[in-house]
Design a protein around this ligand. Structure first.
Ligand code: NAP
Length: 241
């Protein structure tokens, strides 16, 4: 059967490299397109017209997720891997402490994209995931979501959203593990991506390296299969919740 995956936030950064490397592994990839004007996904589709399907997808909007899910269901009856990758930075909130004026509309915006967004997508597409051989949900989280290793005095929105993503991953895993499914929660490293609005050349890890490491972890997913999900970084180190 044709191996099939969905990657959200696939326009650039880690999502684009995950998409490209899944295509190299002969997956048919549904790539969530958020930035209609950004050229790289279109260029990739010209190289891989047979296996790459672009689908407009804003994970923060119910209607967008419903429409994308409906269209994907018309194209395939299974999704081996769902990678919830789309996410945004906390922006200015990262610099504020509890002694500053926090912007709670922004907190909710970040939470809607980084925590609720992946659940929206999983909720809409889980029937296809459970109809596949692999039955794998991968949530791209962050070390910032680890409560045990919390060290920041700011970053409320981003850290809280990633901690919530970790909790929803655990609940989804509790649902699907008895049915042969699995959730992996992955911190992808400090990435040379666009999460700050421009490409961050100073960061430690190129996104193609992180994508390769993440696909290696996915290939070894059986070793992490247990009655609780695995929180792991791109180098294979386990993280405490
Ligand atoms: N960068 C890091 O060091 C780092 C560290 C730990 C975890 N992560 C996580 O890694 C994942 C990938 O991030 P990245 O570093 O590759 O960032 P990126 O380069 O900004 O890529 C993320 C993509 O998701 C898109 N996006 C934003 N809001 C969206 C929405 N509502 N629906 C769908 N797509 C949306 C972004 O568009 P815009 O550019 O328009 O926002 C961008 O194209 C995120 O979940 C992030 O939290 C990153």
């Amino acid at each position: 059967m044709q191996k099939t995956a969905l990657v959200t936030g696939a326009d650039r950064g880690l999502g684009l490299d995950l998409t490209e490397q899944l295509l190299q592994q002969d997956y048919r990839v549904f790539a969530g397109q958020f930035m209609a004007d950004w050229p790289e996904l279109g260029q990739l589709q010209q190289k891989c017209p047979r296996l790459l399907e672009l689908v407009a997808l804003d994970v923060s909007q119910d209607a967008s997720v419903e429409q994308a899910a409906q269209w994907i269901k018309e194209q395939t009856d299974h999704l081996d891997i769902l990678i919830n990758n789309a996410g945004i930075s906390g922006g200015k909130d990262n610099t504020l402490t509890v002694f500053d004026d926090l912007d709670f509309d922004w907190t909710q915006h970040v939470y809607n994209i980084n925590a609720v967004g992946p659940l929206r997508v999983t909720n809409a597409l889980l029937p296809l995931v459970m109809n596949s051989e692999t039955k794998l949900v991968v949530n791209i989280s962050s070390e910032a979501g680890s409560i045990k290793r919390s060290h920041r005095r700011g970053w409320f929105a981003y850290c809280m959203a990633k901690a919530a993503l970790n909790m929803q991953s655990s609940i989804v895993h509790n649902n699907i593990y008895p049915l042969g499914g699995q959730v992996l929660v992955i911190h992808p490293g400090f990435l040379q991506s666009y999460i700050t609005g421009r490409k961050n050349h100073e960061a430690a890890t190129p996104t193609d390296t992180a994508a390769r490491q993440i696909l290696d972890i996915i290939a070894q997913r059986q070793q992490y299969l247990a009655d609780e999900p695995t929180f792991i970084d791109h180098e294979g180190k386990l993280w405490p919740w």
